[in-house]
Design a protein around this ligand. Structure first.
Ligand code: AMP
Length: 381
């Protein structure tokens, strides 16, 4: 299929990965008239349940990959750690967006930070730590307080240890199994923002307004929009996010997580080469959802409008909420402006993302207050 010809509804799309992001992509694609095949080894995968067909196989199963490449007109992914070999094999036969080369820098924190530096994208001071011998020079370069993080495989605050002294650095490195790590300066955060960027194959870029995020224990807890920043800061956030997508030559939906320091400096924290948890508010409060954008961009169309239609707050529902059985969802349905999204996961493990609620209100502060109160009610119920 020629890269320049858009892929029309009625065609078949492939999704590597069967989690909640794949599920919301699948719903959007099928709503728009596409057929969807999901590849995921888990027979109970959230996306597989929504797909026209769920191919139960591993990501390196060559027969399954060849089947996907043979049946699909274009393929996308829902997580950054899809093996590069799988993407390369698919790319030989069909369109894969985002491309493996655009995803590669996001698969390893050291490569990601080196990419930021190479392209003049502002980020925290950092240094590589691959052996105990690296600790001294890394500490000299980065200073304390800092954070030692696994270079790859970590997410949602896992695989990280605080470092407040040279002695703590040795312990932290040991606690992380002396695996390849990155030492990052721990900056004082005035706030955390994220921008969902849509970049089309022809280079057209559309950014959603920045969302304001609150993390608890390293996991996203809430996102609220509009963020409580002035227009100049919002514009700077969008500009740095757009520049990141351009530098990557990225085609698709890219989540760009940003730190705002006490000096109002904007730093790029990390990238998600896919729709992002902080963009789930778009399902109820934006002119186009981030999953429809993923379909549009995968198929070679331009991005839909990214306007915010209402102030909104999103609160994540983690597995901990199920400690005493199913939460009383009637509370959500009794709250005007609240919309429940559950991902169909059977096992509610602590910290596992089971769903989210979007709450629309007259302003972001009210939306956030209502979302938090609703969450607290569900916890207490
Ligand atoms: P990460 O998995 O690297 O995105 O980290 C999860 C969360 O930990 C971030 O969203 C921040 O709240 C916090 N964090 C991570 N790195 C830093 C840093 N270098 N300085 C301050 N806070 C950080």
């Amino acid at each position: 299929m020629a890269a320049g010809r858009p892929i029309m509804p009625g065609s078949t799309l492939g999704m590597l990965g069967g989690g909640q992001l794949g599920r919301m992509f699948t719903v959007a694609a099928r709503t728009m008239g596409y057929r969807v095949l999901v590849l995921d080894p888990d027979p109970l995968s959230p996306a597989g349940a929504m797909a026209d067909e769920h191919v139960h196989a591993g990501y390196l199963d060559t027969a399954a990959l060849d089947r996907l490449a043979g049946e699909c007109d274009a393929i996308s992914t829902e997580f950054e750690n899809v093996p590069a070999e799988a993407l390369a094999r698919l790319t030989r036969h069909c369109i894969v967006r985002p491309a493996g080369e655009a995803v590669a820098p996001t698969q390893n924190r050291l490569r990601e930070k080196a990419f930021f530096d190479r392209h003049g994208l502002p980020t925290v001071p950092w240094a590589e730590v691959s052996s105990p011998a690296d600790l001294k020079s890394a500490l000299a370069a980065v200073g304390t307080p800092s954070l030692l993080k696994h270079a790859s495989g970590g997410y949602d605050g896992k695989g990280q240890a605080p470092v407040d002294s040279p002695a703590a650095a040795t312990d932290a490195f040991a606690s992380l199994g002396e695996a390849e790590c990155i030492l990052e300066r721990r900056v004082t955060l005035a706030r955390e923002l994220s921008v969902i960027v849509c970049r089309a194959a022809d280079g057209t870029v559309a950014c959603y307004p920045p969302g304001e995020n609150v993390h608890v224990d390293g996991i996203l807890s809430t996102t609220a929009l509009p963020a409580a920043v002035d227009a100049a800061m919002a514009e700077r956030a969008r500009a740095v996010a757009a520049a990141t997508a351009e530098a990557l030559g990225y085609v698709g939906v890219l989540g760009v997580e940003l730190f705002v320091t006490g000096d109002d400096e904007i730093l790029v924290n990390e990238l998600a080469p896919r729709p992002h948890n902080s963009g789930h508010y778009t399902l109820d409060a934006a002119a186009t959802t981030q999953f429809e954008q993923q379909v549009r961009l995968l198929c070679g169309f331009t991005p839909g409008p990214t306007d915010l239609l209402s102030p909104v707050a999103m609160v994540n529902l983690l597995g901990d909420l199920w400690n005493d059985g199913d939460p009383d969802w009637s509370r959500v349905f009794a709250t005007p402006g609240a919309y429940l999204h559950l991902y169909g996961k059977r096992e509610p493990r602590p910290g596992r993302k089971m769903g989210h609620i979007n709450v629309l209100a007259m302003d972001a502060a009210t939306a956030l207050e209502r979302a938090r109160a609703l969450h607290a009610e569900l916890v207490g119920a």
